[in-house]
Design a protein around this ligand. Structure first.
Ligand code: HPA
Ligand code: ZN
Length: 337
């Protein structure tokens, strides 16, 4: 049930977002505006028709539309506008730090230069830091439905820009594309000093979470829902305090769960797992971080203490140093009093 005190607590707590695909923040209005600005044809007659098409029965259904949506992103300014719009929305939810994913292969394969994508996103991130006070890290994802050789080529393209990219991730179609397929490229990324994370256990089995840990040596698991099916894995995740970036509204819209009340967030908290709340692809799944927090807090009747834990986890699970985390944790303690 909606609880005004709980919603007020969620609103005033400083939060970090650790699982956000910047291309998934492309709202239908901007899709139309960019299609017109760039002369790109899109198969929708109106914003309403776009929203009506956002009805998915699984991850692949969504990805087909997600990659189609990206076709309007061509120029540096497009990537800037996309990222800036996200940062304004995140700031309104009191998100103080973001670690955002981008999918270079979704753009370079269409002839958009790596540098164009990176520069537009990065320029907005620096503006967000200066004008909105939101710090950032940038994570480059490999598309797992493509080959490891293609991921290697993408990492090669990133080499001249390694001071501008903080980590690598793994996304796109999960089933049939286990993490181990990318063991070599992840080892190389780690050797280059990059942070590493991977989507696992969204649709894929617990074995994929196990592989992400043991073959890719990830620092976080993105989603991780299906880890709960394996008690040994749960024990390992709890013992090592592995961060899980759960995305409740995404889970609902991609039919990973039937209703928000089935979200694993409360079970994960009860098991001592380090769970965080994130929006994944908010333009497609119906809400940004604040909406995701409110949805699970209401459906699972989370206590104030649990909500504060989720906010704390978002910073302690981030790639910020302990020193950088400290002021945020102090601000959470202040907001929780
Ligand atoms: N899962 C996998 N790949 C993705 C997603 C997701 O939720 N969003 C964008 N790419
Ligand atoms: Zn994701």
């Amino acid at each position: 049930m909606t609880n005004p005190n709980r919603d007020a607590l969620i609103a005033r707590l400083p939060k970090a977002e650790l699982h956000l695909h910047i291309e998934g923040s492309l709202e239908p209005e901007m899709l139309f505006a960019l299609a017109e600005r760039n002369g790109v044809a899109i198969p929708f007659a109106s914003v309403e028709a776009v929203r009506a098409a956002y009805s998915f029965s699984n991850l692949q259904d969504f990805l087909d539309i997600y990659y189609q949506g990206m076709s309007v992103l061509l120029r540096e300014q497009d990537f800037y506008d996309l990222t800036w719009a996200y940062l304004e929305r995140a700031g309104a939810d009191n998100v103080r730090h973001v670690e955002i994913f981008f999918d270079p292969q979704g753009h370079t394969d269409r002839g958009v230069a790596f540098e164009t994508v990176l520069s537009g996103i990065e320029r907005a991130l620096y503006d967000g830091e200066a004008r909105l006070g939101i710090s950032f890290r940038l994570i480059m994802c490999f598309l797992r439905h493509l080959s490891e050789a293609e991921a290697e080529a993408t990492l090669n393209q990133a080499l001249p820009h390694l001071n501008r990219i903080h980590g690598v991730g793994l996304d796109s179609s999960e089933l049939g594309h286990p993490p181990a397929k990318f063991a070599r490229v992840f080892a190389r990324a780690r050797g280059l000093g990059l942070h590493v994370t991977a989507h696992a256990g969204e649709e894929g089995p617990p074995a994929y979470v196990h592989e992400a840990i043991h073959d890719l040596h990830v620092e976080r698991i993105d989603h991780g829902n299906r880890a709960l099916e394996d008690p040994d894995l749960v024990h390992h995740l709890a013992r090592d305090q592995m961060t899980l970036t759960v995305c409740p509204l995404s889970n609902l819209r991609l039919c990973v769960i039937r209703e928000i009340a089935d979200s694993p967030v409360k079970r994960m908290l009860d098991l001592g797992l380090k769970v965080t709340i994130n929006s994944d692809d908010p333009a497609y799944f119906g809400g940004y971080v604040g909406a995701n927090f409110r949805a699970v807090a209401d459906a699972l009747d989370l206590s104030a203490k649990e909500i504060v834990t989720l906010a704390r986890n978002s910073f302690t699970g981030s790639f910020l140093t302990a020193e950088e985390q400290a002021p945020h944790l102090a601000a959470i303690a202040e907001a929780a009093r």
